[in-house]
Ligand binder design. Structure first.
Ligand SMILES: [Zn+2]
Length: 130
């Protein structure tokens, strides 16, 4: 079984964000919008919007190390498959708010599940107001 997790340090224009998460591949998944050259901005926002922003790379690394050590002290599952990883090169503008799923969102709801008819992205309850 794969844990598929890591502690990620995201470097954007405004600083560094640190998060332990799984399935980070989602942030590279299908950049639907023309303004998403490096990351899927919507996924990036969903993953990292609640993180503290560090201006100093060293501080961000210390935070990543702190999270790493905390998980490795866990008796139940001390696993971090990818260790501490860096994302981005500081050129990406972190979105101010949740970006739309694509340039022309067309939402349809089937059996209570809302999905964009145009790009296929599923909508979850917290962003149904788009
Ligand atoms: Zn869409």
């Amino acid at each position: 079984m794969s844990a598929d997790n890591g502690v990620y340090i995201l470097h954007c224009k405004d600083g560094f964000r640190v998060k332990h998460t799984q399935a980070i591949d989602n942030v590279y998944w299908n950049c639907h919008r023309k303004t998403d050259p490096e990351f899927n901005a919507r996924q990036l926002f969903l993953y990292f919007s609640n993180c503290k922003v560090f201006q100093d790379e060293g501080e961000a690394f210390l935070e990543a190390k702190r999270i790493y050590d905390e998980i490795m002290r866990d008796d139940c599952c001390p696993i971090i498959e990818y260790g501490i990883c860096s994302l981005g090169n500081g050129t990406f503008e972190f979105p101010k708010e949740l970006p739309p799923c694509c340039d022309t969102p067309t939402l349809v709801t089937i059996d209570g599940q809302t999905q964009c008819y145009n790009c296929g992205e599923y909508m979850f309850s917290e962003d149904e107001d788009e």
